[in-house]
Design a protein around this ligand. Sequence first.
Ligand code: CAA
Length: 695
Amino acid sequence: MAVSIARDGDIALLTVDNPPVNALSHAVRQGLWDAIAAAEADDTVRAVVIRATGRTFPAGADIREFGKPSVDPWLPAVVDRIEGCAKPVVAALHGQILGGGLEVAMGAHVRVCDPGARLGLPEVSLGILPGAGGTQRLPRLIPVDRALDMITTGKPISAAEARALGLVDAVSEPGEAVADAALAHARRLVADGTVPRPTGARPVHPAAPDLFETTRAALARTAKGRLAPLACVDAVEAATRLPLREGLAEERRLFGTLMESDQRAALIHAFLSERQVAKLPELEGVTSRPLERIGIVGGGTMGAGIAAAALLSGLPVHLVERGDDAAARARETVTGMLDGAVKRGKLDAETRAMLLSDAFATGTDYAALGTADLVVEAVFESMDAKREVFAALDAVCKPGAVLATNTSYLDVDALAATVSRPGDVLGLHFFSPAHVMRLLEVVVGRETAPDAVATGFALAKRLGKVAVRAGVCDGFIGNRVLSAYRKALDGAVLAGASPFNVDRALVDFGLAMGPYAVGDLSGLDIAWANRKRLAPTRDPRETYADFSDRLCEAGHLGRKTGRGFYVHGDGKPVPNPEVEAIVAAERAAKGIAPRPVPDAEIVARFVAATVNEGARIVGEGIARRPLDVDVTMLNGYGFPRWRGGPMHHADATGLARILADIERLAGEDAFLWRPAPLLHRLAGEGGRFADLDGG
Ligand code: CAA
């Protein structure tokens, strides 16, 4: 039974039981509807408590039902039914009271909350708005500006904050079961004969006159291109000017529009893909190895970031550097990162001090890594240097320790072949700054043992990261796609676009940053070194754009030298005037007469190159499924989440159209624009990448 009814004297205790997160699926909605009706019809019942088993009160509507025809009773009617119950209804809240779950709670007359609970309306992050009265009831319980903030950002709040704002009526004592506290509350209501005021009957808190306009103006900058945040503002504004019923109707209308939108489909794809990504047939039934102590070799930005990430998740770290000075510098960098976490409220000062004294050790002796369960090598990107580290690790690490390399491009199989235990070797490609960025590519070599792979995934989970399985190739998934679209965009620059226009057009498309600006941030020398490494094997048919090399040769390496594609000062970076001249010289040398390149063409090139390389990577088995490419690009490369990732975006655009773009561009550069066989096949069959995602 999704909802069961028990009795405690004259109180009906309704229990929702729909693991894992008690999502409000049809069975739960019907169960609540019937249980409220039964409680109302039973004269011996004088109050109702709604609670849930397991880890949480309902964490929302059932996302898997989205996009399918809705089945009665729908959630808005269930919430109305609860609110309209003639007997007091008390909600006992624990876990993550999110979305429809919070709407159910707001339909109840009283809310009692566990001190560890989080409450929020995250619908906006799924491209919709709270559609079961949330936008109308929340501003009747808490100040409108706070309601607007919760609904437009989707960020949850703590129980203490919810109590201070008036969203919940009471917080249970630590250690006290919240259902007991709610029952006690219900008994008091019965004893006092109190009938609490339904949320919908309360007046909306007054709003500052310019609140909605100011919020819309701010969202125009921060939520550019997204539909849902603005619709959320419209819905909350409706609550301030319309009676409840009309406000609910307006909320429903706005909800319906968003539910039909491509953005909703894209954001749900992103949500589900991020949960699907760790589900791999090769890991079914495989247990990960122990993971209690981490070793790191190399204390530069990457090594220190990985150390900080591990420490923040509670894993003790031993970091080895080449000399005492370097070890001391690594400790300083990690300390700075933890200080940043304290500033951002992610860590308290006491824990920071404890982590640095008890959980973090630095030194120069590899022998100290002998007890580590997993060691990440994070020295600079040179096969010789990495080989040396691996030889040392092979000598000291205990049997079964996972030996990981944090390479961005290099051949994990070649490295594994140099040690006596290739089954323990894998790539863990972290993204900088490693304690902030969510993506982790788990690079699986020819010989990597399944339980070593499972340990890579377990580490990611422990660190709060999204792990994607990648096979061995130059650049794995993410950097290989990046390198493909950079070549395509360099082609646009040679054809006549300026790098600054390329960046702007792609930011308008929704990218977090333009690719040339990203290059400046990471340091132009990184890609330069990589191009030099690949030069001997470069296909003679490739058109090589060398304007980035020219910048590097002039000492302009991006932000770290104050100048790259942009000039970096105190304020916002501005275009480096030297760039246009460098590019013009290259065009002249190549005999290219520049032409205007419209934004639409820049975007089409970016999309076509990204999707084409993604298809090649899936076709070769480097990524198991298109969703692995999507999750990579969303979490490591700033691809707009509301477009779902490149492969989802391609499905939404139509694969035939993308293929046609590639075939047209092949007229300009036939080598660069060779269609991937998988794209060719799917476009021909009228197929979609989603068909290959499974699940
Ligand atoms: N519907 C269906 N399934 C859901 C779900 C939902 N709302 N929320 C989570 N799940 C599933 C996940 O897909 C996952 O399934 P698998 O085990 O099969 O992969 C499982 O529950 C566990 O989820 P997580 O791995 O995410 O577990 P977690 O402990 O890390 O996080 C959580 C739990 C915070 C609840 C997180 O799952 C989450 O944020 N869920 C989404 C919450 C949300 O957005 N709710 C609003 C829904 S929209 C709505 O309610 C609209 C409305 O008003 C009508």
